[in-house]
Design a protein around this ligand. Structure first.
Ligand SMILES: *Cc1c(COP(=O)(O)O)cnc(C)c1O
Length: 397
């Protein structure tokens, strides 16, 4: 087997030329701070917010310093505070329990199903334990949002959506981030738009957005926002809302605006790569492909498969053999959080009860990024390599 993949799993596409030109212009005029505007100028950040609100169909949008900042700001704007409990996914990444910890609250972890979505039966059972669900659409897998919202509405639970992996995705045609009260997105390099860092928050709720704007560090310059509620809403909340600076700057927004314009094509390109890998892996003995719901329009910027009920050593062998052939798989079953993987029980700041059903799934998850620098032929080659190595280990085991 001499077939070795040579591509880089962490290499993104370049910033579009239009974004580079816009960034140069911001640097040439020097007004990088979002509120530093020439007379009559809207500023790149305010324009990005207006365009992102239109893209998602939200009334309001706020651009901030990171996706994690957007999450903690959403929780704070909803009044979550020290000692409160917040429902959240057991299958997620560190910034999600981190955002809960940032406001002094504690997560109540909800299990994961074999489809890698939040376990709605477990959610229903735990819904009485908190007022807010911080729902992570982890790795782009979207739960049945109609059922989820019905469960949360019946229990009086407010939903904040973590759309770090679902920017541009939808459930039943409704954009991800528009089912709950607040949607949060990341524009960090490994997400669907790349500004290095950054985040966005959308909502239709007047007071939540007014608080979020002030929280983000608006220095009472909120009238320079174009996708925010009217002055009287700010007047109601401005003396009770602290300034916890986490603004986005005009340079990042300048890079993002052209990316937003081409986001739908980018999403389609990711999903074509996903489908190519999925097709190549389907039917591999011992390997479970995640079946996607017909109502889910997902963005295939990464792919996950399950080696359910395999011995740890056998999974480690698959990972090692694939790595030797240039294919980087991340395993969610490892005892230590490594790179971007983590487990709900990794965090000593967030106590958790054992979740055996969830542990069984997590132990089987293999995860792989699909950057747009990969061609469809690359994706087919990657699938062939994984199929061969899973097959080799499965036969020996
Ligand atoms: C990346 C990510 C975030 C936000 O990340 P930032 O690095 O703070 O922008 C939130 N949730 C998940 C699941 C993520 O992967």
């Amino acid at each position: 087997m001499s077939d070795v993949f040579k591509g880089s799993f962490t290499q993104q596409e370049p910033i579009p030329e239009e974004g580079i030109a816009a960034a140069l212009e911001v640097m040439r005029h020097g007004r990088l701070h979002r509120y530093n505007l020439a007379p009559g100028e809207a500023g790149e950040v305010a324009l990005l917010e207006e365009e992102f609100a239109a893209f998602t169909g939200a009334r309001y949008a706020l651009a901030v310093a990171s996706g994690g900042y957007a999450l903690s700001t959403a929780l704070r704007a909803l009044g979550v505070g020290p000692g409160d409990r917040v429902l959240s996914n057991a299958f997620t990444l560190a910034p999600v329990p981190g955002a809960i910890a940032a406001v002094g609250a504690r997560p109540v972890f909800v299990g994961v199903t074999e489809r890698l979505t939040i376990d709605l039966a477990d959610l229903e059972a735990k819904a009485g334990m908190a007022d807010v669900l911080l729902l992570s659409h982890m790795r782009g897998h979207i739960a049945d949002m109609d059922r989820l919202m019905a469960i949360c509405e019946a229990a009086g639970v407010t939903v904040v959506e973590d759309c770090a992996h679902t920017m541009g995705a939808a459930w039943r045609g409704v954009p991800s981030g528009r089912h709950g009260r607040v949607g949060c997105y990341s524009t960090q390099t490994y997400k669907h738009m790349n500004a290095g860092e950054g985040g966005l928050l959308v909502t239709d709720d007047d007071e939540v957005m007014a608080r979020a704007v002030i929280l983000s560090g608006s220095y009472m310059l909120y009238d320079r926002h174009r996708a925010a509620p009217p002055e009287e809403v700010f007047a109601r909340v401005k003396y009770d809302t602290p300034n916890i600076s986490g603004r986005m700057d005009n340079l990042r927004a300048a890079i993002l605006r052209p990316q937003l314009r081409r986001l739908p094509e980018q999403c389609a390109a990711w999903t074509a790569r996903y489908r190519t890998v999925e097709e190549g892996l389907r039917g591999t003995p011992g390997l479970t492909v995640i079946e996607r719901a017909a109502k889910e329009s997902f963005v295939g910027s990464s792919i996950q498969v399950l080696l359910l009920d395999w011995a740890d050593a056998a999974i480690e062998e698959v990972v090692a053999r694939c790595k030797a052939r240039g294919v980087e798989l991340k395993w969610f079953g490892g005892p230590e959080p490594v790179g971007f993987t983590s487990r709900y029980d990794s965090w000593r700041y967030a106590a958790s009860d054992p979740m055996p059903e969830t542990d069984r799934i997590l132990r089987g998850i293999l995860d792989m990024r699909l950057p747009l620098t990969f061609s469809l032929a690359d994706c087919a080659q990657i699938a062939r390599i994984i199929r061969a190595e899973v097959g080799a280990v499965y036969q020996n085991g």
